[in-house]
Ligand binder design. Structure first.
Ligand SMILES: [Zn+2]
Length: 397
C-alpha cells in the first residue's frame, strides 16, 4: 500500500513536506472547508455541476490527507467521496490550486475466515481482521436467526467468505460478504449473498425483510447508481450516488419507508432536499424538490407511501426529476438494493444462479471446516508515513 501512497505523494514529499491525516467534519460544506483552509473558492466553482454535487456527499469522518511543505504551503489534499473516488486539490508548479476527481487506489482480497469463538463473534472478528464493518455485517446477517449471547459455546466455529478492500494497509470501506456459516452445538446455520446483493438462507428465503418502496408512482429511472464510472468522452471519473427518476414537475414524492424527517432544507447542489431517518439505521434522501408538502418539516414522523413533497428542478439540476439517495451512516448505498421485492423466492434462471452460488459457497465452508485455517491476528500499524532519506520512499512509522 505504501507504493500507491508513494505514487500520489512522492513528488511532494521530496520537498520535505509532511502528511497530515484528518477527518471530514460532520456537516461542513466544501466551501466552508476551503474558507477555513484559506484556499480559493474558485476551486469549488471550477468544478462542473455534477462534481459540485459530489462535494455534498463527502461522508463525515472520511479519512482525508493533507500534504504541507516546509514553508507551510498546502501541496495536496485528498478527500474521499466514497470508496472509489476522491477529490484531489493540488498546487501546480505555477502555484495555482486545481482540483480533480481521481480514483482511490486500493487492493482487494477475498478470504475465507475460520474462527472458533472465544468471547463474542463481534469482538473476535474485530480482533482477528481489524474490521468493525465486517463484524457488523456478520452480526446483521444472523440477526433474528442466532442469538450469540445464548446457547453459544466457546470454540463453536464461524466461517465467513468475504472480499475486503485495503488502502494504506488498512481494511477500507464495507466488505462484501459472500456467505457465512455458524456452527452451534454441531448445528450449522448458513447465509448466502445472491447476485442481487441480498442475503438468503439455503432454501432461498430472504433473510432481511426490506420494507422500502420506490418513492414515486410509475417510476422511470433516468440515471442509475454508480460509485465510479469513467466517462470515455469527457475523460474523467464520475459518480452518481443515487437513482434519478424522471417525472413532471409537481409529481408527488412518497416516503420510501416509515421514519422521521432529519433534514428539510436547501443546499446549493441538491436544491430543496429532505432526509428521512429509518429505524434500521438507513437514511433516505429526496433532492431537487419543487416544494415540500405543507406541514412537513424536520422532526416530523412520516409513514411509508406518505406524500412528503413534489418533483422539481431546484439546485444543480438539468431538468425536473427526483434524485433519490440511500445512506448507511454517511456512506451512499444503492437504493435499489434495499427496495421491497415484489416476489418471494426464486424460480427459473434466477433459481439456477442461486443454487450455483450456494453450492460454491458450501464447498468453501466444507473446506474451511476440514482444514481449520487459523489466520494471523490483524496488526494495526501507524498510519503516518515518513520519507526515508536513503531511498526517498515514504514508509510507515
Ligand atoms: Zn441524481
Amino acid at each position: 500500500m505504501g507504493r500507491i501512497f508513494a505514487l500520489l505523494l512522492l513528488p511532494l514529499l521530496l520537498f520535505g513536506g509532511s502528511v497530515k491525516p484528518f477527518k471530514w467534519n460532520d456537516g461542513e460544506s466544501f466551501l466552508t472547508f476551503l474558507e477555513r483552509k484559506k484556499l480559493p473558492l474558485r476551486i469549488y466553482y471550477n468544478l462542473d455541476k455534477e462534481d459540485q454535487k459530489l462535494t455534498e456527499d463527502i461522508p463525515y469522518n472520511a479519512n482525508c490527507q493533507m500534504v504541507v511543505d516546509n514553508k507551510k504551503f498546502i501541496r495536496q489534499i485528498l478527500i474521499p467521496v466514497n470508496d472509489e473516488l476522491q477529490l484531489q486539490i493540488y498546487l501546480t508548479p505555477k502555484r495555482r490550486y486545481e482540483i480533480k476527481v481521481i480514483p482511490i487506489v486500493s487492493q482487494e482480497y477475498t478470504e475465507t475466515l475460520y474462527l472458533p469463538i472465544k468471547t463474542l463473534p463481534y469482538d473476535d472478528i474485530v480482533k482477528m481482521t481489524g474490521s468493525k464493518n465486517l463484524a457488523s455485517v456478520f452480526v446483521k446477517m444472523f440477526k433474528g436467526k442466532v442469538d450469540f449471547r445464548k446457547g453459544f459455546r466457546v470454540g463453536d466455529p464461524i466461517v465467513i467468505v468475504y472480499t475486503q478492500k485495503y488502502r494504506l494497509g488498512k481494511p477500507f470501506s464495507m466488505p462484501e460478504v459472500h456467505g457465512a456459516v455458524v456452527e452451534i452445538n454441531g448445528k450449522k446455520v448458513t447465509v448466502y449473498r445472491h447476485a442481487d446483493g441480498r442475503f438468503y438462507d439455503a432454501k432461498g428465503a430472504q433473510y432481511e425483510k426490506f420494507l422500502f418502496r420506490i418513492p414515486i408512482r410509475n417510476p422511470r429511472i433516468t440515471s442509475g447508481f454508480t460509485k465510479s464510472r469513467y466517462h470515455p468522452v469527457l475523460h474523467r471519473y464520475r459518480a452518481h450516488l443515487g437513482v434519478d427518476f424522471g417525472a413532471r414537475p409537481g409529481t408527488p414524492i412518497l416516503s420510501t419507508g416509515d421514519g422521521r424527517i432529519s433534514f428539510a432544507g436547501y443546499s446549493r447542489g441538491y436544491g430543496n432536499t429532505m432526509k428521512i431517518r429509518h429505524s434500521n439505521g438507513l437514511t433516505s434522501l429526496y433532492a431537487h424538490q419543487k416544494s415540500f408538502r405543507s406541514g412537513i418539516h424536520s422532526g416530523s414522523s412520516v409513514k411509508q407511501g406518505e406524500v412528503i413533497g413534489y418533483v422539481g428542478n431546484t439546485g444543480l439540476s438539468s431538468g425536473p426529476h427526483l434524485h433519490f439517495g440511500m445512506y448507511s451512516g454517511s456512506s451512499a448505498i444503492n437504493p435499489m438494493s434495499v427496495m421491497k421485492k415484489t416476489t418471494e423466492g426464486f424460480s427459473g434462471k434466477e433459481r439456477r444462479v442461486f443454487i450455483a452460488i450456494r453450492d460454491k459457497m458450501d464447498a468453501k465452508f466444507r473446506k474451511a471446516f476440514s482444514n481449520k485455517p487459523i489466520r494471523k491476528p490483524y496488526f494495526d500499524f501507524h498510519e503516518t508515513y515518513y520519507v526515508d532519506s536513503e531511498t526517498f520512499k515514504p514508509k510507515p512509522f
